[in-house]
Design a protein. Structure first.
Length: 275
């Protein structure tokens, strides 16, 4: 029997970024479901704060070298890889000098969002998908963590919907208390439309705040995992109106087992039972 393939896409993961709810979850879940017999791949941005020497990152030449277009501008894609100590799981890093070599993550020294975070997100999403194709690996489930990965669902379901590597992929979106104040660049929806994605699929992204960004992601999801209490009430209210399976992971006695079964149910279309 062929193993279920799960692609994890996250803005952070321990030990490459500091501990947080997201970083810890993305460290633990892939290991847990790998040990339960699933194939996994993990992708994150190669932020400039990540110490390449300490974590032994190295470039994968055969995967690097292509250019990705973001808002009619070419940007070279570099792929690096490192292993998570002790568990022998590899993490692939999406890298680009313009987008990811600054010594920061998503905010500047004054805790203001970088003005090009929207283009960084587009580059990251397309970079993951193009690299997965180069790996020759068709994921059954794509699990997105954190708002920086929120464009992945619309790109998979719209731009890559006819691609044989992703035509049957199911999207699972994880929700956290990761709200950000204010808006991303107001042209974000126009930049996505440049990739031949119709405005009808972008919801209210003309106002690119956290709630609208996550709402758009949820509208393209096949399943949703809520990892903690206190998630934005407006997002949860919108979610309740959508016909999508929901797992409240923080209520599960066997969290990793519940997530593993949830992936399988989303992948196969079977009924999802409560814990």
């Amino acid at each position: 029997m062929q193993k279920t393939k799960v692609l994890f896409v996250s803005q952070e993961i321990v030990p490459f970024t500091p501990e947080s709810t997201i970083a810890n979850q993305v460290r633990q879940i892939p290991q847990a479901i790998h040990e339960r017999g699933k194939e996994t791949r993990i992708f994150m941005p190669r932020f400039g704060r990540i110490n390449e020497r300490r974590h032994q990152l190295h470039e994968v030449i055969r995967l690097s070298g292509m250019n990705l277009i973001v808002d009619d501008t070419d940007h070279p894609l570099i792929i690096k890889v490192a292993s998570i100590p002790q568990i022998r799981l590899q993490v692939y890093f999406i890298d680009n000098e313009e987008f990811f070599h600054r010594k920061a993550y998503l905010h500047d020294e004054s805790e203001r969002l970088f003005t090009d975070n929207d283009e960084r997100m587009i580059f990251f999403s397309k970079g993951v998908l193009e690299t997965v194709k180069k790996l020759g690996w068709a994921p059954d489930v794509i699990h997105c963590h954190g708002w920086f990965s929120a464009l992945m669902p619309v790109y998979v379901k719209q731009l890559y919907s006819q691609d044989p590597y992703f035509a049957d992929s199911k999207i699972v979106v994880s929700l956290y208390k990761d709200d950000f104040p204010g808006n991303l660049d107001k042209r974000l929806h126009k930049k996505i439309q440049f990739d031949q994605i119709s405005s009808e699929h972008l919801g209210d992204l003309a106002t690119p705040n956290h709630a609208n960004l996550m709402r758009m992601a949820l509208q393209h999801a096949d399943g949703v995992v809520i990892h903690e209490e206190g998630v934005n009430a407006k997002i949860l209210a919108d979610l309740e109106k959508m016909n999508v399976p929901i797992l409240k992971a923080y209520e599960c006695s066997d969290f990793h087992g519940a997530v593993d079964e949830f992936f399988e149910a989303v992948h196969t279309g079977k009924q999802i039972l409560a814990d």
